[in-house]
Design a protein around this ligand. Sequence first.
Ligand SMILES: C[S@@+](CC[C@H](N)C(=O)[O-])C[C@H]1O[C@@H](n2cnc3c(N)ncnc32)[C@H](O)[C@@H]1O
Length: 317
Amino acid sequence: MNMARNRRITDPEEIQRRIKEHGRWWHEIELGPGIVTPGDDSNRKKLPVLEDLGLPSNLTGLRALDIGCSDGYFSFELENRGAKVVAFDFVPSDYTGFSVAADILGSEVEYRMDNVYNLSPEAYGLFDVVFFLGVLYHLRKPLSALDAIRSVMKPGAQLYVATFMIDEHVILPDGGVTTLSALNPVLQDIPLWQSYPGGSLNGDFTNCFAPNMCALKGALSEAQFKVESSVSLPGGGFVRATAVDDPLAAKYQKLDGRLEDSEFDPSVPYYLDEEGAEHKLTGRREDNMGSSTTGQAPGVSPAKLSWWKKIIQKCHA
Ligand SMILES: C[S@@+](CC[C@H](N)C(=O)[O-])C[C@H]1O[C@@H](n2cnc3c(N)ncnc32)[C@H](O)[C@@H]1O
C-alpha cells in the first residue's frame, strides 16, 4: 500500500481503542503498522484479482467511484493509488466503520450516502474508474443499477464488478449445491440468473439474484459496456468492462425507463417497433402465435433467434 497520505492518528493504543469502540467490521483494513480491523470479509484477497484483471497501480488524476463501499477498504486503496475518490453507500458513514477508518487514515475520500439507482451525471459528474463489488446480487433491480452506473461513466471508463455467481454454485430444489457444468455443460453458455426467494442463499434475505458469467456479460453489454477481462472463482466472479457507446442498447435502456423521470417521448420505441419485428396492419404478430416457417421451435421468431445468437457470441467474447 502506498502511504501517500498523512495518517491523522498514529498512536497504536488510540487506533486499537477506536477499532474496538466501533465494534462491527466487514473489511480488514490496516489502520496502523500491523493493526488490522477484524473484518469478516476476504477483501484483501480480492485486490490481486482486480489487478490481474487490469487495475493499474497508478490512478493519479482520475476520478473513482466505489459503490457499496461499506467500511471503505477499496475506496482507501483507490485513494492510495492517486485517484480522487467518491465512496458511496446507502447507509451513513458512521453506521459502518468508514468514518473511523477515514479519520485514522487522514483520508480525503468524499462520502456520499445514496442508493445506486439514483446515480446520475447531474448529481455525481462522470468517473474514470468505478468499483461495483459485492453489491449486484443484493439488488432487486440489477439491470437498472447497471444502467445508472453507466450513466456516470466517461466513454472508455473502466468498471470493475465482483459478484456472487452461479457457475460454481447452483442451488437445487432439495437445497443441495452443484455447478452448472455438472448439471449440463451447455448451461454455462446460456445467460441464466438464479433467484433467491426468502433467505434461500445463505439464510440472507438481502440476496436477490445471481447471474452466471454468461448472463453478467449479456447484462453488461445491454447497459453499454464491453467486457475486457473476467474470471470465475468458486466464491464468485470478477469482470472488468469498458463503458462504450452502443446506440441500440441505449434505445432499449430508454424504453424500460419510460416515464420514470421524464415526460412521454415519442422518439423512444414502443414494443411494436422493436428491432426486426414485422407486423401486419392489424397489429397481431404471427411469430408470437406458435407458427413457424423456419423449422425452429414454435413461438421462436427469426428476430429472437438472431438476438439469442448475438448474446451467445458475447458470452464467448
Ligand atoms: C457485501 S457489501 C460489499 C462491500 C464492498 N464493496 C466489498 O466488496 O467488500 C455490500 C454493500 O453494498 C451496500 N448496498 C447494498 N445495496 C445498495 C444500494 N442499493 N445502493 C447503495 N449501496 C448498497 C451495502 O450497504 C453494503 O455496504
